[in-house]
Write a protein that binds this ligand. Structure first.
Ligand code: PEP
Ligand code: MN
Length: 345
């Protein structure tokens, strides 16, 4: 931390700031310039910098180290790779996670799983407990939904990702899913983050619609500080002044998070845009910008979907998107799985 004193700061004010910092455990390096006295404070506790800014004679306080440690790039300069069974996230392959917004029936999830598996998706997504904006909307099939997801994923040799909404659901989820999703609305549910931090299970942490990148990395830090380091960040669009689409996809979050953190980053263009015609271009942009994976909603009958039909790709659109992602992947030195029929030839 660097504390810049006002030009007019008196020696008593400088000493007062130094005394406070020493009491907080900092080592102080003082530099007395022609105009300003600058104090470098090293070590010490994590403090609210506003408490220093309010002291007499202080011009500004600049934090130079990030408030998150385990999530920072410095903690693991080479980056993280998360292995779940045969799938590795954070390696050369851009991992595709796809499936319906919500599990509606066994037949529905089986049919969609087969479609996305055939095109190269490795992880089956689907909500069994849905965080709906309206209490009157379909809330999910609960455990039955998790069972159907597991059965479909096992049949097609895929993994399962599904959203866990509260700590009491964790034991149930552990039985059925490979990757626990923390939804955007729950990104700062600190009880949930702490409980999941105690597990030995990978987590897909979605950025909150109004969360800064720093807040997102601090949410990851909550999980990691409990011992669970297997966190994947998901950019899924944030709320801005622009109202044309459901959210604004922050593509720049990909390179920013990758610079600040060693964690892997995936992108969900479905919830980011809310419209199926906008999903493919945004998924393509995400891969071009360095995403380690994409999360895509796909439905075989989107017009009758119980949730998010408008943003769910039709099977043919998903097939075309996968083809384009392979081409883009090649241009940025990444790979995207081939369709299963081709891969077996
Ligand atoms: C979802 O992926 O099902 C979901 C509800 O997304 P988000 O938390 O990003 O809104
Ligand atoms: Mn959805």
């Amino acid at each position: 931390m660097v504390i810049v004193m006002e030009e007019t700061a008196t020696e008593a004010q400088v000493s007062n700031v130094i005394d406070k910092l020493v009491k907080l455990g900092f080592d102080i390096h003082r530099s007395t310039g022609v105009r300003h006295t600058v104090l470098g404070a090293v070590g010490g506790r994590i403090i609210d910098t506003r408490d220093l800014e309010l002291l007499d004679g202080v011009k500004e306080v600049l934090r130079i180290s990030a408030p998150y440690k385990l999530a920072s790039r410095a903690f693991k300069p080479d980056g993280t790779k998360i292995r779940i069974k045969d799938v590795v996230i954070g390696d050369r392959e851009v991992v595709v996670m796809a499936g319906p917004c919500t599990v509606e029936s066994r037949d529905q999830v089986m049919a969609i799983a087969e479609i996305v598996y055939q095109e190269g998706a490795k992880i089956l997504r689907g909500g069994a407990f849905k965080p709906r904006t309206s209490p009157y909307s379909f809330q999910g099939l609960g455990e039955e939904g998790l069972k159907y997801l597991r059965q479909a994923a096992d049949r097609f040799d895929m993994l399962v990702v599904s959203e866990v909404m509260e700590p009491s659901q964790i034991p149930l989820f552990i039985r059925y899913v490979d990757l626990l999703q923390i939804g955007a609305r729950n990104m700062q549910n600190f009880n949930l983050l702490r409980e999941i931090g105690r597990l030995n299970k990978p987590v897909l942490l979605k950025r909150g619609p109004a969360a800064t990148i720093e807040e997102t990395l601090l949410a990851a830090e909550y999980i990691m500080s409990g011992g669970n380091h297997e966190v994947i960040i998901c950019e899924r669009g944030i709320r801005t002044f622009e109202t044309y689409l459901r959210n604004t996809l922050d593509i720049s979050a990909i390179p920013v998070i990758k610079k600040l953190s060693h964690l892997t980053v995936i992108v969900d263009p479905s919830h980011a845009t809310g419209r199926r015609d906008k999903v493919p271009p945004m998924a393509q942009a995400a891969v071009a910008a360095g995403a380690d994976g994409v999360l895509i909603e796909v439905h075989n009958d989107p017009e009758n979907a119980l949730c998010d039909g408008a943003q769910s790709l039709l099977p043919q659109q998903f097939k075309e998107l996968m083809h384009r992602l392979r081409l883009i992947g090649e241009a940025v030195d990444r790979t995207v799985a081939a369709p299963v029929a081709e891969a077996m030839m």
